[in-house]
Design a protein around this ligand. Sequence first.
Ligand code: GLC
Length: 795
Amino acid sequence: MIFAVMFASVMSMSSFAAGRLSVQIGNFNSWKETPHGVLISADNARLSLTVYGPEVVRVRATQGEFSNMPSYAVITEPSGKFTSVKDEKDKLVLSTGELTVEVNKNPVLVRFYNKEGKLLNEDDPGLGISWLGTGTTCYKKLQPDERFIGLGEKTGNLDRRGSAYVDWNTDNPAYALNGDPLYTSLPFYIGLHNQLAYGIFFDNTYKATFNFGASNNRFSSFGAVDGEMNYYFFGGQSVADLLKEYTNLTGRIKMPPIWGLGFQQSRWSYFPDTEVLNLARTFREKKIPADVIYLDIHYMDAYKVFTWNKERFPNPSAMIDSLKDMGFHIVTIVDPGVKKEKGYWAYDSGLKNDCFVKYPDGTNWSADVWPGTCNFPDFTNPKVRTWWGNLYKGLISDGVTGFWNDMNEPASWGNMVPNLVEFDMEGHKGTMEEAHNVYGMQMARSTYQGATKLMDGKRPLVLTRAAYAGIQRYSAIWTGDNVASDEHMLLASRLINSMGLAGVPYVGADIGGFMGGTTTRKLFARWISIAAYTPFFRSHSEYNSRAHEPWTFGEDVEAISRKYIDERYQLLPYIYSAFYQAHETGMPIARSLAINYTFDKNIYNPDFQDEYLFGPSILVAPVSSKQNFGRVYLPKGVWYRKSTGKKYDGGQSVIVDAPLSDLPVFVKAGAIIPMQSTVQNTAQKGDGILKLNIYNGSQPNQYLYYEDDGTTYQYQDGHFLKREFAFNPTEKKITIGKAEGDYTSKFNKIEIVLHGFNAMNSVKVGRKTMNLQKGEGNTQTVTLEAAKGETVLSW
Ligand code: GLC
């Protein structure tokens, strides 16, 4: 017996000495039903398949026990089951009615088919699900011409085929144009081939790698250094369907505060209070609309979070009151590191309540950030999240309404983060290896939940740099420390669009570039024009950089900035309705053309891959500031240049003028775009006229208009106004649908603005004939009283 044990241990030592090889899942042994799926036992691991909906199946595999750690991303439970299970000689065939999952037996391999029996996705026949030490990877056979899109904040091309990426949230200042990893981990991507689309969400928070055929043409793969093979497979008819399912699983954005959709001015840092007030006054004097001013780290006392520097800001609440009177909100930066300083109340409170991340020996982990040596709250502990959320009390009672969580990868100065520091992980205990990628998200969650509790029913704005899947429930994201260059400006469009493809709609990049050079007047002008058509619209720049306010680049740039900021405010009814759509369906605001024109190969051409739709029908074609013309690809259909009304046939690329004062922006024929008069901030009512722009086209179109008070959560109790606008060119009518909900619109009139309806002089409104007036450009208009019931215009 003793000999046998010794022999076995000698054997295992010698096999260790011979090196470690990967292990595949192996051959099939048996299967059994579970409440929502099946559990399969294979030679080297167990595989579970669980139904989350007819088009959503979760795949898990482990060599040990399945973990019972709850997901930070997923908010829905399994539902339904396989409606048929066939145990055949060489495979199990499981169907949900919409999806068929085939499990090959020898070896165990998973394949997904759609309802028509078309293959969506299959494991690589030789590699399948594998382990290498604690690491696990799933290898998928590459399909002919397969493309990959999404994966969130990743540099590179729209089509990610041939690239590989790592998810490990990283403070990556002045990131390279192909730099990776950046600040966030949003491990959802979409595969496209043979006119088919599927989605994969790899819900594993350890350091993960995604390989989209970067090794060869054999496989794509996703894997992590530890944890379970744990992914959700999504089938669907379209990219929009996949986004709907993915955001059903991981949650959707709540309606943001409307002021967070206005123009936001930031810099590192505005101080003292008089400078902040001057800044606000200058916006108003110059009639450049704006809603938000940001206070970066210098507002604090020695960078200690939740404090004010008393010399620079002797009376914060008085300053904020004056700003409020001018229609401004204040957002303050709040980093995770709490300065280690006895007598500093936040630190003392953190110590007393045992809130900080620790080494296994029970001492607090420290690292250096802005305030010097800090301890770091364990945001994976629900008790700590509540504690931190309450620390905002002071800032909130001073009148601050937005919170900017930065450095939450977490970042520190040149300190190698030790992987063994320990986290609560919702009571399941884990180390930095597992907690790292969710740290920023849990910080933003704590901020969001604390602030909503303390703000008397008002919506806070939360902005985060680091994030994990599901962050859309709590926060907006900006793309971190970008660079003042044309290439970065164009990259920002792809980053923003790609985050939209990973379920995060409220995103933006620092206008003008945060660092790495001097922002030229041309670059600023072009960047602010493009950013006016992005969901999160903020100018920000680093310490000691040249001034970045719209009037500091000369009169012509000031005029261009004002023009595009005005346009942004005019578009707010359209933008707010797009946010409502994101809230209801997960459809992003900035929509990569891959959402609507998925199988048009031209949109993946690197020359055109930065283009996107802003909301349902405005196409934005970013052009470098060094060019005064641009080659733009217009997908099939008919398009109008927004600035001139000129019509173009789509399905081709066109060369268009693109002076700094006129970014190429197009509107889809048939579009319905509600706009308003220019206001100086979002709280202003304007002239009370909703301008309903209709662009003539041959296809009928519908549009869901949404409005609420913009600042509270009362919309959740029916205090909203929702109505459908429809344009039907064959029946020659425009319908303003009946208003739903009990919110009274801020608009008492609706002006119909017709684009491209040249030969018309009048329309019938009900039975009454009304003459059309000549509007701006080539438009014709008619103005109606806004009634709650249905109104039909015909001609
Ligand atoms: C980080 C942030 C940047 C901020 C700076 C100072 O670099 O990414 O936006 O201005 O810290 O707080």
